[in-house]
Design a protein around this ligand. Structure first.
Ligand SMILES: CC(C)(COP(=O)(O)OP(=O)(O)OC[C@H]1O[C@@H](n2cnc3c(N)ncnc32)[C@H](O)[C@@H]1OP(=O)(O)O)[C@@H](O)C(=O)NCCC(=O)NCCS
Length: 145
């Protein structure tokens, strides 16, 4: 069974960031460290854990972009566990937390390759915002909560 929880211990945070790096940055040939941003201390962190193995198989983080508006980022599911509904579970978790925090809107900056996933979760494309590392075009997508 897959459990969604917040990392608490040093080892849990290590596994959480390792998955982020492996899925989102290593394929781009980027160095360790690039999987983190300035919002880490201000963010709510969630990970999906396979309770049979203890393996961290998914991650996402949430922060307040501006008053009343949440932004989630760095969503990733390990290759072996993709297309099994874990991405949807992670989105449901950040949406629930956003409502609890009183956010009325939630959005994300996404690669163009993932927009269909977010559309299936109810997000709409607002506009292209620029590029990540000068090579990936990014789209801002959002949803009213
Ligand atoms: C994008 C990602 C987070 C989705 O997580 P997931 O667990 O595979 O997604 P789910 O199984 O919950 O899929 C939900 C729906 O979205 C679809 N979907 C998932 N990833 C998709 C993709 N890249 N393109 C198109 N559709 C996608 C699924 O087929 C499913 O559709 P269905 O409900 O009609 O069957 C995951 O595939 C991933 O980590 N990809 C690589 C990293 C990445 O691109 N992250 C996003 C950076 S912006």
């Amino acid at each position: 069974m897959i459990i969604i929880k917040s990392p608490q211990t040093r080892d849990e945070f290590k596994a959480y960031y390792a998955l982020r790096y492996h899925v989102l940055r290593e394929p781009l040939g980027l160095p360790h460290g690039t999987e983190k941003d300035d919002y880490e201390p201000l963010s709510y962190h969630y990970m999906a854990v396979d309770d049979a193995t203890g393996q961290v198989v998914g991650c996402v983080k949430l922060f307040e972009k501006e008053p009343g508006v949440g932004q989630f980022s760095h969503i990733a599911v390990s290759e072996s566990h993709q297309h099994k509904g874990i991405g949807r579970l992670l989105i449901a978790e950040v949406e629930a937390k956003s409502r609890e925090l009183g956010f009325t809107k939630l959005g994300t900056l996404t690669r163009l390759t993932a927009t269909t996933f977010y559309e299936k979760c109810g997000y709409r494309s607002i506009g292209i915002t620029g590029t990540l590392y000068g090579r990936l075009q990014m789209m801002w997508m959002e949803k009213d909560l």
